[in-house]
Structure formats: structure tokens, C-alpha cells
Design a protein around this ligand. Structure first.
Ligand code: ADP
Length: 477
């Protein structure tokens, strides 16, 4: 590999690589959802849609356009009470090399996120300090460990020093892109992806200082092909630990990689969006004497949501209601949830035929199609996103003002699924952000479900006449 690679050029080369690859591959073949992992399986309605935790995590990353707000307090624990704890309120206080600081500001980051305030001083501490961090997706974990990874590199040493494991090809690329942006002004730091499609000959050597890859490929490179030496790794990052656990075989592979690392010289960083016993047991194996940082997920609530129901006699009337609502939303964005892929596809085709710009996200699309759909929606190129339950959790696009339940969420027995309802329309930011939820009710059954939801949350769901443009106008946020 050539030295002094221009990172900005590298970004575009990687993008090309990704685009080419995503065009030809579907889901990571290695990423089979495990049946054994508890609590990590995607929630299933009676719909046929089933996304693996890795896919859900990727979609969340794609659709996000900034930090997720979280007003909970950070919880910090140390096994060793004598180790100092610091918190920083700005990036300057971290004594980063100037080029890295420039990269951070270049990404539009002004101040550390809540999790970064505590994680960064720990990650950058001398002597290095092991860390376990748990917080929901979107709170700044990736940015934190990528910054730590880059700042720990000795650019003069031309061998892998930093290893980051991600559960899938796509998630590895997402992390690599963050590294490429942050390291844009550090041409002396080079990155290598250890993912499928990256083939190396036996006897060749990896010279890049940073490896980001999936466990299977990394194991292959390190133990079979021996193209780099795990004993020289000084920073080991295990990202998306909960997804690793939920992906067949990955946890074992991670542990096998970890076994070959020299614990005396290597700093361990372990990240997860969820925190349960299984994750903590995994963490115990990987990380000794850690600082543990937790930021609990903020409870979603319906407090700032105006909820309505619209009476419709049949699907056509439901369709008309959607069109009337859509016609009056103005600047906001809409998400429409359908019960099945069939309904979602039907609705999107019908709306498109009549000239409405809508985006459709379902389980049968390729990764590339999904990324493109969500990119366009996030950028506001399409104001309406039609989907099934796939996205009910974790969607926190701030500009979404109206959520339409074309079909109300029900469980396998056909009863009101209040948890999914809350995930679809609830918000976490307690201040400011208002939202509107509109439930389409098409008979006594769905009306009863609507009532059950109303009773469950003890929050009024008001009647809305969707034929009356003035009335719809009035609900506008
Ligand atoms: P996580 O790994 O927890 O999912 P990320 O590190 O991917 O979170 O961050 C989520 C989003 O917030 C990304 O779009 C990222 O660019 C942005 N972000 C991260 N840290 C900051 C920060 N300090 N200031 C502003 N935006 C940030």
C-alpha cells in the first residue's frame, strides 16, 4: 500500500467500493439471526416481515441525521475505585492532535454528546483504560470509539494496531466511513476493511494501522492467512455486542480473536445498545477491570402527541383519508404503517400512480434499495414513507410530524399491541417536539382496538373527519 494516502480521496474510493458491492449483494450471508439469543429478536406481528437485529441497526444508522436526545443521567461504575474519572465539555480538553480535532469539527460536532463526555476521557486516558459503554443507537458511541481508535494510532508503525469488530459487512462500512471522515486530515493513518470480498494472498502483509471488519474475516486473516499479528493490537473495539450475540457464530469468533490478543498492551472497548445479562456476560469475557458507562434509554411517551382516529368504511376510504391528510401536511413528513407488505406495496403503488412522491420500505428489498429509500426520505426528497412494522422501533427522525396507522398494530392474537403503538408514535424529547398520530379505523374490530389503546394509555384519541379539509387543517402542528 502506498504511504501518505489522501483520506478525502480514500472516502470516495470506499464509497465506490461500497456502492459497487451493495449493488451486487443482498444481506450479509453470514448474518443469520440466531434463535438462541433472548431479547434481541425483532418483534414479529402477524406480518411476514422479519429483520435481523443487524439489519435494524443498519437502518437506524441510515435514517438518522444527528444525535438522539437523551435526558437521563449517565451511570458510571468502576471496578477499581482508585482509577480517576473525568468528564469533558469540549473537544479541546482532550488534547487531540490538531488534524483529528479538525476532522471532528469538520463533521459538524461542536461539543461531545452526553455519552462522549464521560467515554472520551476514559478512552483516551494514560495509561489506557478499558471501557464498557451502553446506550441506545444514535447517542454517539461510534464517533467516540472512532476518535479513540485514530488518536491511539502510531502513524510511523506500518502494521495493524487498532482492530474494530462489527457484526456485518454493512455496519463495518458505516464505521469505516466515520473513520474516513474523522481522519480526513490525517493522511498518515490508513484503514483496511476485513470484510467479505476483500481477498488477500497467503504470505502478504497488511500494513494499514486500522482494521475494521467482521469476525469471520478477521479470524481468517489473523489465524489462517496470518496477514497481520493480533498480538500487536493495542486497541480492540467490539461494537454492537448485542447484535454480535444475536448473530449466529459471531460471539464465538469474537472470543477466539480476543484470545490471541495480548491483554497487557491492549485497551478493550466494548459497546452495546442494550444492556442485559447476556451482554454483560459477554463483556466480562472481553473486558477486564472496566469503567462501565450506561445511559438508559429514555422512555417514550405520548405526552406531546395529538392522537386522532378516522372512521373509514373500507380500504378505498382509508386511501382517501391518507390523500386528504397528505394534501394538508405542508412542510412536515409522514410515516404510514401498514400491517402487511402487500398493503404497503398496494398503497405506495396507488399513491405513486396518482403522482404523489412516496417512499416504500419493506423486508423484501435489497440492502442497497433500503439504504437508498431511507437516504431519500431523510433528505426530504420524499415526504411520505410507507412501511410495515420494520421501523416501529428506533425511528427518531425529528422532522416526522405525522404518523398514520393505516392498520392499527395488533399482536398475533389480533389484540391491540400497545407497545408497538407507543414505539410507532411515541417521542422521547419531552420538550417542544409535537407530533400527530392518525389511526384509520375501518369497522367495529379496529374501533375496539383503538379504544383499547386509548384505555391502556389513558390518553384521549379524538375523532377526526378526514373529509373535512378545514378540520384537517386545524390539526396541523
Ligand atoms: P451510535 O454509535 O451511538 O449509534 P453515532 O456515533 O453513530 O451513535 O452518532 C449518531 C449521530 O450523531 C451520527 O449522525 C453522528 O454523526 C452524530 N454525532 C455523533 N457525535 C456527535 C457530536 N458530538 N455532535 C454532533 N453530532 C454527533
Amino acid at each position: 500500500m502506498s504511504e501518505n494516502v489522501d483520506w478525502s480521496k480514500y472516502v470516495s474510493e470506499q464509497e465506490k467500493l461500497v456502492t459497487n458491492k451493495l449493488a451486487t449483494v443482498n444481506i450479509d450471508q453470514n448474518a443469520q439471526p440466531s434463535t438462541g439469543a433472548s431479547g434481541h429478536k425483532p418483534k414479529l406481528g402477524n406480518d411476514e416481515e422479519q429483520f435481523s437485529p443487524a439489519e435494524v441497526s443498519l437502518l437506524q444508522k441510515i435514517i438518522r441525521n444527528g444525535l438522539v436526545e437523551n435526558k437521563n443521567d449517565l451511570e458510571v461504575q468502576r471496578r477499581d475505585p482508585t482509577s480517576p474519572l473525568y468528564s469533558v465539555k469540549n473537544f479541546e480538553a482532550l488534547n487531540l492532535r490538531q488534524e483529528l480535532l479538525k476532522g471532528v469539527y469538520g463533521m459538524g460536532f461542536n461539543a461531545p454528546s452526553k455519552i462522549q463526555e464521560a467515554a472520551l476521557p476514559t478512552l483516551l486516558a494514560e495509561p489506557p483504560q478499558n471501557l464498557i459503554a451502553q446506550s441506545q443507537s444514535g447517542t454517539g458511541k461510534t464517533a467516540a470509539f472512532v476518535l479513540a481508535m485514530l488518536s491511539r494510532v502510531n502513524p510511523n508503525d506500518k502494521y495493524p494496531q487498532v482492530l474494530c469488530l462489527s457484526p456485518t459487512y454493512e455496519l463495518a462500512i458505516q464505521t469505516g466511513e466515520v473513520a474516513a471522515k474523522m481522519g480526513k486530515f490525517c493522511p498518515d493513518i490508513e484503514l483496511r476493511y476485513a470484510v467479505r470480498g476483500e481477498e488477500l494472498a497467503r504470505g502478504s502483509r497488511v500494513e494499514e494501522q486500522v482494521i475494521i471488519g467482521t469476525p469471520g474475516k478477521v479470524l481468517d486473516w489473523a489465524t489462517k492467512l496470518k496477514v497481520f499479528d493480533l498480538r500487536k493490537i493495542r486497541v480492540f473495539v467490539l461494537d454492537e455486542a448485542d447484535v454480535m450475540i444475536a448473530t449466529q457464530g459471531h460471539q464465538d469468533q469474537c472470543i477466539r480473536i480476543h484470545k490471541n490478543i495480548n491483554k497487557d498492551i491492549c485497551q478493550m472497548m466494548f459497546f452495546s445498545a442494550t444492556y442485559d445479562q447476556e451482554v454483560m456476560e459477554f463483556a466480562e469475557v472481553i473486558v477486564t477491570n472496566p469503567v462501565i458507562i450506561r445511559l438508559k434509554r429514555e422512555e417514550e411517551s405520548l405526552d406531546n402527541i395529538k392522537q386522532y382516529y378516522v372512521k373509514c368504511a373500507n380500504e378505498q376510504q382509508k386511501y382517501n383519508a391518507v390523500i386528504n391528510i397528505y394534501g394538508t401536511v405542508g412542510a412536515g413528513q409522514v410515516i404510514i404503517f401498514c400491517h402487511t407488505r402487500r398493503t404497503a406495496t398496494w398503497l405506495s403503488e396507488k399513491m405513486s400512480k396518482e403522482g404523489h412522491a412516496v417512499a416504500l420500505l419493506t423486508g423484501d428489498q435489497t440492502v442497497e434499495q433500503r439504504i437508498s429509500v431511507l437516504d431519500r426520505y431523510r433528505n426530504g426528497q420524499e415526504k411520505v414513507l410507507i412501511t410495515t412494522n420494520v421501523l416501529s422501533r428506533g425511528i427518531d427522525v425529528e422532522q416526522v410530524t405525522i404518523v398514520v396507522n393505516f392498520d392499527l398494530p395488533v399482536d398475533v392474537r389480533g389484540q391491540a399491541d400497545c407497545e408497538t403503538y407507543l414505539h410507532r408514535i411515541g417521542r422521547t424529547g419531552r420538550f417542544g417536539k409535537h407530533g400527530i398520530a392518525i389511526n384509520l379505523v375501518d369497522g367495529p374490530n379496529t374501533e375496539a382496538i383503538c379504544r383499547a389503546i386509548e384505555t391502556h394509555f389513558n390518553k384521549k384519541i379524538q375523532f377526526l373527519n378526514a373529509e373535512d379539509a378545514d378540520e384537517i387543517d386545524k390539526i396541523g402542528a
